[in-house]
Design a protein around this ligand. Sequence first.
Ligand code: ADP
Length: 365
Amino acid sequence: MSAADQTQKERPQKPALQPYLVAVLLVALATVLSFGIKPLFGGRVPLTGFTLAVILGASYGGLGPGLLATFVSIGIVRLVFQHANFSLLLAQPSLATFGFVGVAISLIVHQLRRSNVALVRAKNELELANHQLSKRTEALSRSNEELQRFAYALSHDLQTPLRTAGIFTERLALHQEAHMDEGARASMRFIIEAIGRMQAMIQGLLEYSTASHDGEDQKAVTDCNTLVQLVIADLHNSIAESGAVITCDPLPMVDAIEERLRQVFLNIIANALKYRADRRPEIHISAKRMGNDWAFSIQDNGIGIAMEDAEKIFGVFQRLHTAREYEGSGIGLAVCRAIIERHGGRLWVESELGQGSTFFFSLPA
Ligand code: ADP
């Protein structure tokens, strides 16, 4: 059953005349009761009871039935009780006050009912929208998973023929180089380079599709200080060659898939070295607690990124430079974002062209 059907079912189907009948019935009952007990209590108490019963009648019906109950009861008071020297309420209010109270209560109840109906309608609409949203989210995550499986299968299956093409092209180049002119040699070089780039892209795609598959059970308490030291050791050559200075504040322990988190630090720090400006690279790594998360930051003094490209660089195969300017396949940051999001965090950059960049990522503390 859809939420809309349910909403329809939940809405009470009240006949239009019913509230009027109930209001009049209440007034009649109150009259009979008050008249019946009048001799026992000497007037004041039964009439007060009558008044309360009528007010209940007025409240029950809202505007129309409430006003009817009020006016019928004014008539009854005049006809039945007025000669009996009764006061209408404790402080002897007049019939006009009685009428005024009845009308005011009918109006208030009517207004309250209207806002209640509006509230129920808004609640039903919200539930319906929520239901549709969760159905859409479900469909989206299903198609996302299918897409990831497809990307994995495609990149996995493409690797073999591409590797064969690469091996045979290199073999051809090696054996036939002597018989080739300069043009043919250059063409051969382009083919080999293109195959290498395609292999790197397919490898990246494979990494990207597996990064989103990791399960919760693979997580363990991970010391980020150790991870960063391992990454610095891995990057020893480029650090030595560029003369980079890397500083690191004490970092926290987090619940993470160690190898994946290492990959994030490696990609971002390697980029900080690769996209350096004409000065000695200075890279600073730190973390601070922000609510329920740890916010890590990796700051460099490199070439920087224009803020309008700050989202673009996290897309698959999105690059701001050609392969000739800076080597790369444009998948590293997309993989990092997939990893961090899989850990329940966010990855973003703040930067200014020519002034360096700071990459931030959050992880649940
Ligand atoms: P790749 O480095 O292989 O091109 P990435 O996904 O790691 O792929 O980076 C995407 C793009 O973001 C890069 O091509 C580069 O233009 C930009 N970029 C990444 N890191 C930095 C950085 N620290 N400083 C300046 N630009 C960067």
